[in-house]
Design a protein around this ligand. Structure first.
Ligand code: SAM
Ligand code: SF4
Ligand code: SF4
Length: 348
């Protein structure tokens, strides 16, 4: 049962916010921009996110001060980890200033997911600002495949340079995320495993999901985590690794010869809603309790309307207390067509 606090009692103190299924609030994902310099076919298809797409205006998006204030409030509510995402977070100007503000919040594990395109020149500044870890998305080592998937003709080599710059700056181990879509990049699964084995970076394969409502998702296009593990294990034997903590989304595997570890994120075939402790803050300050939500809660109005920290805390606690989300457990071809919020806006 959630601990709901009323507006007039005791001063703000950490509360163990629990949702209707007893899940605590532990992770916050913050989308710092809805814009991106890629048009990945599974996320921001060009036909939809073309020239005339109504991206948010500058005044609509949360300022760094507003994000940092929200982060402090969430920390008080028990959030231990914040992931900055987007859109492409590195296209947001002066992002290192936000990192600096967030890195000052005690006890917070701060990380960021990027497409890596701008990482080479920003890695050092991000590290200096206090970022400790980073995840880079890369869907293939085959240049033709990768250029087709990002749909802006961006070459693999520049992402790899970003990965190396991040590792050299001390943002290691770098995690590499690969979304696997059948017929698009499934032939890249093994070459990616071979490339990153023994590199010190941790490769994680993600099942292709029906995020948003523009990517034309079909179950047939999902390459399952099981298939991926079998494919890689047949070449280089693998054994399972215990999760680091309850609710860890990636299932971990290590090479038996000690040459490293990989992960699979089976969001479609092995739903992990039961342990889902994540909440998402969109670029314009709406709060979403599920990646597949069809609606959010406007916090920007509170932030800009003079609400106290206490009032915002109570609002968030109330939203989390009502949470019943378990989309991945009830997904069907029909639910896939719902008008869900786009991932590039809500943050992956
Ligand atoms: N632009 C950054 C990037 O690509 O890393 C951050 C935002 S992106 C929305 C976050 C993550 O979501 C990326 O790793 C991306 O590959 C993943 N993603 C996007 N669309 C997806 C989909 N349909 N299924 C599974 N993962 C997806
Ligand atoms: Fe941009 Fe990331 Fe979406 Fe690709 S997955 S379009 S890089 S936000
Ligand atoms: Fe969490 Fe929603 Fe994903 Fe389930 S579907 S794991 S509730 S974000």
């Amino acid at each position: 049962m959630a601990e709901l606090r009323t507006a007039s009692t005791a001063p703000a103190a950490p509360v163990a916010a629990r949702d209707r299924q007893g899940r605590p609030l532990r992770d916050l994902r913050v989308s710092v921009t809805d814009r991106c310099n890629f048009r990945c076919v599974y996320c921001m298809p060009k036909e939809v996110f073309g020239k005339d797409y109504p991206f948010l205006d500058r005044g609509e998006i949360l300022t760094f001060e507003e994000i940092a204030r929200m982060a402090r409030i969430f920390r008080e509510l028990g959030v231990e980890k914040i992931r900055l995402t987007g859109g492409e977070p590195l296209v947001r100007r002066n992002l290192e200033q936000l990192i600096e503000m967030l890195a000052r919040i005690p006890g917070l594990d701060l990380t960021l997911t990027t497409n890596g395109s701008l990482l080479k020149r920003q890695a050092r500044a991000l590290r200096d600002a206090g970022l400790k870890r980073i995840t880079v998305s890369l869907d293939s080592l085959d240049d033709a495949v990768f250029r087709r998937m990002n749909d802006v003709d961006f070459p693999v080599a520049r992402v790899l340079e970003g990965v190396e710059a991040a590792a050299a700056a001390g943002l290691s181990p770098v995690k590499i995320n690969m979304v696997v879509k059948r017929g698009e990049n499934d032939a890249s699964v093994l070459p990616m495993a071979r490339h990153f084995r023994g590199s010190g970076h941790i490769l994680r394969y993600i099942e292709y999901m029906d995020v948003g409502h523009t990517n034309g998702w079909r179950m047939e296009d999902v390459v399952t985590a099981r298939e991926i593990i079998e494919m890689i294990g047949a070449e280089t034997p693998l054994e399972p690794v215990e999760p680091n903590y309850t609710g860890e989304v990636a299932e971990r595997w290590r090479y038996r010869d000690g040459s490293g570890e990989i992960g699979v994120i089976a969001s479609v075939t092995q739903a992990f809603c039961r342990d889902c402790t994540r909440i998402r803050l969109s670029t314009e300050g709406k709060l979403y309790t599920c990646l597949f939500a069809t609606g959010g809660h406007d916090l920007r109005a509170l932030l800009r309307g003079g609400a106290s920290d206490r009032e915002i805390t109570d609002t968030v606690t109330g939203i989390w207390a009502k949470r019943t989300d378990r989309y991945s457990e009830i997904r069907t071809a029909q639910t896939a067509k719902l008008q869900k919020i786009e991932m590039s806006y809500i943050g992956g």
